[in-house]
Write a protein that binds this ligand. Structure first.
Ligand code: BDR
Ligand code: CA
Length: 312
């Protein structure tokens, strides 16, 4: 399967990238595109390049995209991820190059020159790059096979406002463009990601693998755990973003329901809310496969077995 990973690393984005990079048999990573989100763009693109070095994937190309949301001011989340976005490891200036092309143009060119229905987009940050590509080049939309993204919430409520999940809140206009694009969408919202908890046992399973990549993953997850366990009073932090890649690798781990999801873009109070028509009370198009359940043990078995493929 050909994929473009669009991300804002972020510790959980990193785990998602490591999971994908450890799965070359199933996933062909055409490129990694980065966007402003958890931290500003200069840091998300740097962090993605660090991940390529940790994973020893010189072949993976990294592109920098949009520095700010389409209409709104950028909101970041250093209070969750630390000042580097990936606190928990030693952060440095990587040698892995940044491609000169803008991520939006890379996405457009790559989809345009592909066979229709052969590329899956995997966004795990604000949807700015994807929406900008669809706005700049509407002809590419029909060629996209599907989009599997992390964002939104229904039963869990919001994590950065009472109503909104972070990725959708940061760029609700972009989310609206993507959710209305008409291509098959699978959405991992907080309702499912809050079932995937990084308990200390699970982090120790990863640390026990012993490779540089596994130690980096465990270090980041230990940092990530601190804020979220205090916030949610839970046994571990929710591991949001890797749900997307895990779904591509093993969809049977997840349960979803086809329904309409619309994005709130008007109300300052509920900005970025994902209005999920779970009970089909409207006749709006069922644009989303809304994922609501996961086999969390199976998820971690998959994650650990893939991270075990890294060696130094
Ligand atoms: C999402 O927001 C970010 O903080 C995480 O990386 C994840 O993509 C969770 O709301
Ligand atoms: Ca993210």
């Amino acid at each position: 399967m050909n994929i473009i990973l669009d991300c804002d690393p972020g510790q959980d984005d990193v785990i998602s990238l490591l999971l994908a990079m450890a799965s070359p048999g199933e996933l062909e990573i055409l490129g990694v595109t980065t966007v402003a989100g958890n931290v500003p763009l200069a840091l998300t693109q740097r962090n993605a390049r660090i991940v390529c070095e940790i994973a020893q994937r010189k072949d993976v190309k990294v592109y920098a995209g949009c520095e700010r949301p389409m209409l709104r001011k950028l909101v970041t989340a250093e209070y969750v991820h630390g000042d580097t976005g990936i606190n928990g490891i030693e952060v440095y200036d990587p040698c892995h190059p940044l491609e000169a092309q803008h991520a939006v143009d890379y996405i457009i060119e790559t989809i345009r020159s592909s066979e229709p229905g052969t590329i899956t987009l995997v966004p795990t940050g604000p949807l700015t790059n994807i929406a900008m590509a669809f706005v700049k080049a509407p002809d590419i939309v029909a060629k996209v096979k599907s989009i599997v993204l992390m964002g939104g919430a229904m039963r869990e409520g919001g994590n950065c406002t009472p109503s909104a999940e972070f990725n959708i809140f940061v760029d609700p206009q972009a989310a609206q463009v993507v959710f209305e694009c008409g291509r098959p969408l699978t959405v991992m919202g907080l309702d499912v990601t809050h079932q995937v908890l990084c308990t200390s046992d699970r982090i120790e399973r990863i640390r026990g693998l012993g490779s540089k990549a596994a130690l980096a993953a465990a270090g980041m997850l230990s940092f990530f755990d601190q804020h979220d366990t205090a916030k949610y009073q839970s046994a571990g932090a929710p591991l949001h973003d890797p749900c997307t890649v895990a779904y591509l690798l093993q969809p049977g781990l997840f349960e979803g329901r086809q329904c309409n999801v619309s994005i709130e873009t008007q109300s300052e109070l509920t900005m970025g809310n994902t209005a999920v028509d779970y009970w089909h009370v409207t006749d709006k198009p069922r644009n989303v496969n809304w994922i609501f359940a996961v086999d969390a043990e199976g998820f971690f078995d998959l994650l650990v077995s893939r991270l075990a493929r890294y060696s130094d």
